[in-house]
Design a protein around this ligand. Structure first.
Ligand SMILES: *Cc1c(COP(=O)(O)O)cnc(C)c1O
Length: 849
């Protein structure tokens, strides 16, 4: 028989141990070793069988054991120490508290997935893990962030393998009462119920679960409640499952329900309302629509006026350079769902407009609703400006107002404790988190090479143990008998060069590229003197049979009895498994099709542990590969034939392995230490480590986006949203007259017939601005290198000064320095100007000479 539902009956805690329930509900334990030690001490054997899940341990520990511990004065004192430490972490001022008044009082961070710990499986991959690391780093820095997401009752899915290597999906039924969550309740104890209107007069209801991530609260909406009809109960069943209709309801719950949950939370806890709303990808975009609706109702603003106010405080982050990765809904579906919502459809629909008039594009809405937008690595910023140039057709790609902030990872979560304790993350200033500006982990210089190497070996050994355990479990689950799995005890070797490859399995990540020449790979694995071993993992989206075929191909290759002790595909990739890989792998392999990897973060986690990256120059690696922290696989970018490109890039990987990676790893000195390898490890820890930190990333978000967005948001809200009204009026008037704006004449003097370097060029432009004033615009001189087709490159812009006016004609001037030899070109262009624009390209209009 199968149970319909499951829940956990917990022993009641003796008075002395009550603080344990406080400790277990703050997820800081997921990155704080001393707190985990304490839970382990509750019952070390149980800790092991529960896979280090404090919630399970606390749920299953016996009443007798608790009674014993309650009488153990040393344990109770230790508990108090850990509780005091948490209290101090939660209340002490941190980096953010030094920023002063300009910083937003509260920031709301919306994401469809959050990967904080394997105990709360609410993520599918990089996007979710990044969101989890964002919350953790915000907590460490004291950023007053509130996370908003959904609670999926089955998470994403649990991955298994069939006997013939096909991915199996299992959907667990999570009981929120058995998770480190608390229900958001009214003062009278009843649960807060959020509602979101659906078509045909129906309503979607949800409860709000609160997870505590250090100082940061995360609100998760849950539709599996009695108030809903059976169809609506299933809205939060699983992550990225279901049809368009299902996805749309999820996204409406996330965006609209999320704002409503925030309102309830802030009111109940006395938290100031958010001034900045950060949409992590397009899924949460409806949050802007809900806020527009709020403002039209509460302050009587028109849709365009409310849009100004909402945009000012909204930050949008795009994560995919793959057009197919963008969320799009049939426009008719949006019209049906929003017909009675309370905002005019003829204003809403254009926000999601794209090339296909039948589609509503969530990324386009994200860009139109967010005054500030960014990609997630320097290269991805560039790719995004190209991809979304469509929305700013009159501008060059480099003018598209999308910046970039390179992702980071949360060091306390991902770094092996032994490495932290050795001082690999200590700066000369003493603290890895609080130091501003470029820092190095110079503590690593003080560690003797032999010690660094033996710690790396220990971590590799720990990974080998874990691989053996998982290989055995997997073999049994695929139908092997106990008598057939003995080989797993001797599989893998703690002294063999270990390469890791683990990530989701969309085709652009090319899971099977390494199998391009199977014989060559076999030879590398089985080399009698200098072998390599490979650990592989990754989940395919349940609807992606192509991905599952790649997994099957990999599994079948690794099933071969001759090589299975050197290569393994491990099912069930999650945070719990990934940790062992980042700790123990010597080399982290990444071979995406450039430039389709927006950033990639797994290689950063490997680097924090001294793993060397062997990667295509894509995402973050394009930016921070420095010749000493690993190897760059040459890409065959220009090759149009994909088969040939794969051949070339696979061959490059084999070549790099044979000629550089393997020799360096096995080239040891008299003490048995591969000193040149260890120097690369040291270099990686010291130089790459501080760059890839999530605290660096969150500081960048605060300084470059949150603080300016809070400024804009406050400006718009001033005097009862008077500024938003004025600004909306100004924009409407400006756009209405823009077609008549014209650069009538440009005159250059001063450079003579053959201009010389160091001389100047005086420019004078006559501009027609019927119905506008010179203060409504910025007239720019743009100049730089010019190509044969008169295209300008490496453009510098210079504002031109207003000289005088005759009617609707205005004269502007500027002096351009001629600083470079060679072909030089210039032009004059007119752009809108208002103190409330974050970027001159924002309105999408420009008039060029
Ligand atoms: C870091 C991480 C990812 C993302 O890795 P990418 O390199 O961005 O693909 C996915 N899953 C888990 C479990 C991770 O830890």
């Amino acid at each position: 028989m199968r149970a319909l539902r499951r829940f956990t009956v917990r022993a009641s805690l003796p008075e002395e141990l009550l603080p344990l329930s406080h400790l277990v509900t703050n997820l800081r334990w997921s990155w704080h070793a001393e707190t985990r030690d304490l839970f382990e001490a509750l019952d070390p054997e149980l800790w092991r069988t529960c896979n280090g899940d404090p919630v399970k341990v606390l749920g299953e520990v016996s009443a007798e054991r608790l009674a014993t511990l309650a009488r153990d004065r040393r344990f109770v004192r230790r508990l108090q120490d850990v509780v005091d430490d948490l209290e101090e972490y939660l209340s002490a001022p941190h980096w953010y508290q030094s920023l002063g008044e300009g910083a937003p009082a509260t920031v709301a961070y919306f994401s469809a997935e959050f990967g904080i710990t394997e105990v709360l499986p609410q993520y599918s991959g990089g996007l979710g893990i990044l969101a989890g690391d964002h919350l953790k780093a915000a907590s460490d820095l004291g950023v007053p962030l509130i996370g908003v997401g959904l609670l999926y009752r089955a998470g994403y899915f649990e991955q298994g393998l069939s006997a013939d290597g096909w991915q199996l999906e299992h959907y667990p039924s999570l009981d929120p009462h058995g998770l480190p969550l608390k229900l958001l309740r009214q003062p009278d104890g009843t649960a807060v119920v959020i509602n979101v209107p659906l078509p045909e007069g129906r309503t979607l209801f949800a409860h709000v679960w609160r997870a505590q991530v250090g100082r940061v609260s995360l609100l998760l909406l849950d539709s599996d409640i009695e108030e809903n009809t059976p169809a609506e109960r299933g809205v939060t069943d699983r992550l990225y499952g279901g049809d368009e209709d299902h996805r749309l309801r999820q996204e409406m719950l996330l965006g609209i329900g999320g704002v409503r949950a925030l309102r309830a939370y802030c009111q109940l806890t006395g938290t100031p309302a958010p001034e900045v709303y950060h949409a992590n990808e397009g899924h949460a975009g409806f949050l802007g629509i809900e806020r527009i609706r709020e403002l039209t109702e509460s302050h009587g603003l028109s849709f365009p006026e409310a849009l100004q106010a909402v945009r000012a405080g909204t930050v949008f982050t795009t994560h995919t350079p793959v057009p197919a990765g963008i969320d799009r809904f049939p426009r008719a579906l949006i019209e049906r769902y929003f017909a009675g919502f309370g905002v005019p459809l003829d204003q809403l629909i254009p926000l999601g407009a794209e090339a296909d008039p039948a589609k509503f594009n969530m990324a386009h809405m994200g860009l139109r609703l967010g005054q500030r937008a960014n990609g997630v690595s320097r290269l991805h910023g560039h790719v995004s400006r190209g991809m979304f140039n469509y929305l700013w057709p009159d501008f060059d790609e480099s003018d598209v107002p999308i910046s970039s902030i390179t992702n980071g990872v949360h060091a306390p979560t991902w770094t092996a404790r032994e490495l932290v304790e050795m001082g690999t993350q200590v700066t000369s200033q003493g603290d890895p988190v609080d130091v501003e500006g470029p820092v190095h982990f110079d503590g690593v210089d003080r560690i003797p090479s032999g010690e660094l190497w033996s710690t790396r070996r220990m971590l590799r050994g720990r990974l080998v143990e874990e691989v053996r355990r998982r290989l055995r479990d997997t073999a049994l689950s695929r139908g092997a008998a106990e008598s057939e799995v003995g080989w797993t005890d001797g599989a893998f070797d703690p002294d063999v060069l270990t390469i890791g490859f683990a990530r989701r399995v969309p085709s652009y990540k090319r899971l099977t590229l390494m199998l391009r020449d199977p014989e060559r790979l076999r030879a590398l694995l089985l080399d009698p003197e200098r072998p390599v071993q490979l650990v592989i993992a990754g989940k395919s989206h349940p609807a992606d049979d192509g991905g599952k075929q790649l997994i099957q191909q990999m599994v079948k290759f690794a099933d071969d009895p001759e090589i299975r002790h050197r290569i393994a595909f491990l099912p069930g990739y999650d945070i719990g498994m990934a940790r062992y890989l980042y700790w123990g792998c010597d080399v982290w392999l990444n071979n995406p099709l450039r430039p389709l990897e927006a950033c990639g973060t797994s290689g950063m986690k490997a680097a924090l542990n001294g793993g060397l990256n062997l990667s295509i120059r894509d995402g973050w690696w394009d930016e921070w590969f420095d010749g000493q922290n690993g190897w760059a696989i040459p890409t065959a970018d220009g090759i149009a034939d994909p088969e040939r490109r794969d051949d070339l890039e696979a061959r490059a990987i084999y070549e790099l392995l044979s000629s550089q990676v393997i020799p360096r790893f096995y080239e040891t000195d008299r003490d048995g230490v591969p000193s040149r390898w260890v120097e690369m490890v040291r270099h990686t820890l010291r130089e790459t480590g501080p760059r890839v930190l999530a605290t660096r990333m969150v500081r960048d978000y605060v300084q470059q986006l949150y603080v300016p967005a809070a400024g804009s948001s406050r400006a718009m809200a001033g005097s009862g949203y008077g500024a938003a009204r004025t600004e909306a009026g100004w924009r409407a008037r400006l756009l209405d007259r823009w077609s008549t704006v014209r650069v009538a004449h440009v005159e250059a003097t001063g450079a003579g017939d053959t201009p010389e370097i160091g001389s100047t060029l005086a420019l004078r432009a006559e501009v027609e601005l019927p119905g506008l004033t010179p203060s409504d615009v910025q007239v720019q001189a743009a100049y730089g290198r010019v190509d044969d087709a008169d295209g300008l490159h490496e453009v510098t812009t210079l504002p031109m000064a207003h000289e005088h006016t005759e009617g609707s004609r205005h004269w502007f001037s500027a002096t351009l320095p001629l600083e470079r030899t060679g072909a030089f070109g210039y032009t004059v262009r007119v752009l809108p100007h208002s103190e409330h624009l974050a970027d001159p390209a924002e309105l999408g209009v420009v008039a060029s000479a």
